[in-house]
Design a protein around this ligand. Structure first.
Ligand code: NAD
Ligand code: MG
Length: 391
């Protein structure tokens, strides 16, 4: 391995939770990676710090308001700088062996498509890309010869558990959900939870949006749609169960009665390492699993009355067409409104459900054929969701 050329890696969303975990691993294996481009939306100081630490060739800030800030931080370093959404997309096109797609939300669609378009490995954290544009994205991946590897822990677990198993032998894929911080609260209590409480996840440390999604169980719904696109199963073969310890990430049930599962500590560096190094492995500092210390792994059925988002997402998956794109867009608007204290916790799922109903009544849930179609649906659904926000 000593003589091997380092892997050229770009990280879209470098300042985020997944981005920094990725660069943490890169920093521990400096001989294995060469950083091409790093991007972020607003935090120019942090982006510049990461670009210098990892000797990136290019640093791109999405919001042009921070361009001067970025330029001054990187003056004299020789690191190229750029700003704006087009520059983020161009960063994804810089020749690389692997692009970590770790922008949050539908904002990641265009750059992730661009990364796949160059035919390299795409380590996909941006689950919203598969939710909103699954079929279109997969076609794009096939046509460009890109290699798609899941970063989401449950999907990394499923990918590993499936291994060489033939599609026809898979009966069911079960994704586990921690249940979030409100797993045991009743609806009355759920109506009153604050953004601060929702942002404290019991097991995982993640960006704000996915943390709120974990609290509503919308995250698991988005992940069922993600799994539908990644693995050779039908919607009815996918299931979610609550597993509060977040140690078993996924169960793949086979026709001979075998169940393949993947276990690891709830630390994203394990699935990130896999996406970067597969079929090899990368050592990580993640603490090793100690089952005797854990003693108990427990499982329970998700409660769709208290956490309706999971059911709404499952319905959107079964509906297909533009429904998952509308679901995702409405959810992004509702989560942002909850974080801004404009709506309550239970209003998140309610807003998404209303938006889907409205979109259906207007005939907007029919099929989408191109990325442009998806972006148009996304925009329309956002506007609709804003109108439907209570209060
Ligand atoms: P985060 O909020 O911590 O980071 C998001 C990154 O995207 C930041 O670098 C930010 O600057 C950038 N960004 C935000 N808006 C942007 C825009 N409009 N244009 C360009 N860049 C933008 O999010 P995260 O938790 O790292 O999650 C990233 C993705 O990974 C999400 O899709 C999430 O669902 C998925 N994911 C995250 C985790 C986790 O543990 N954090 C686990 C599984 C999947
Ligand atoms: Mg996950």
């Amino acid at each position: 391995p000593g003589t091997r050329r380092p892997q050229r890696l770009s990280v879209l969303g470098a300042t985020g939770s997944i981005g920094t975990s990725t660069l943490d691993l890169v920093g521990r294996h400096p001989d294995r990676f060469e950083i091409v481009a790093l991007t972020a939306q607003c935090n120019a100081a942090r982006l510049a710090e990461l670009a210098i630490a990892h000797r990136a060739q290019l640093a791109v800030i999405g919001d042009p308001a921070y361009y001067d800030d970025l330029k001054s931080h990187l003056a004299g370093t020789g690191i190229r700088v750029a700003a704006g959404a087009d520059a983020v997309e161009a960063a994804a096109l810089e020749p690389a062996d692997c692009v970590m797609a770790a922008i949050v939300g539908a904002a990641g669609l265009t750059p992730t498509f661009a990364a796949a378009g160059q035919g390299c490995r795409v380590a996909l954290a941006n689950k919203e890309c598969l939710v909103s544009a699954g079929d279109i994205f997969l076609r794009h991946v096939r046509q460009s010869g890109a290699e798609l590897l899941p970063v989401d822990s449950e999907h990394s677990g499923a990918f590993q558990s499936i291994g060489q198993t033939q599609a026809a032998s898979i009966e069911k894929i079960v994704l586990t959900a921690s249940g979030g911080p409100f797993r045991t609260l009743d609806r009355h209590a759920l109506a009153r939870v604050t953004p601060e409480q929702a942002l404290k996840h019991p097991n995982w440390s993640m960006g704000a949006k996915v943390t709120i999604d974990s609290a509503t169980l919308m995250n698991k719904g988005l992940e069922l749609i993600e799994a539908y696109h990644l693995f050779p199963v039908e919607a009815h073969q996918l299931e979610a169960i609550v597993h509060p310890q977040s140690v078993v990430h996924c169960l793949v049930m086979l026709e001979d009665g075998s169940v393949m599962a993947q276990l690891s500590q709830p630390d994203m560096r394990t699935p990130i390492a896999l996406a970067l190094s597969w079929p090899e492995r990368l050592t990580t500092p993640v603490s090793r699993l100690d089952l005797l210390a854990l003693k108990t792994l427990s499982f329970e059925a998700p409660d769709l009355d208290r956490f309706p988002a999971l059911g709404i997402a499952t319905d959107a998956l079964r509906h297909g067409g533009a429904a998952p794109a509308v679901l995702n867009a409405a959810n992004e608007v509702a989560v942002a409104a909850f974080i801004d204290r404009k709506i309550g916790f239970l209003d998140i799922a309610q807003t998404v459900a209303s938006c889907l109903e409205k979109a259906e009544s207007l005939g907007l849930l029919s099929s989408v054929e191109t990325l442009e179609d998806v972006l148009a649906v996304d925009l329309e659904a956002r506007n609709m969701a804003r109108m439907l926000l209570p209060g």
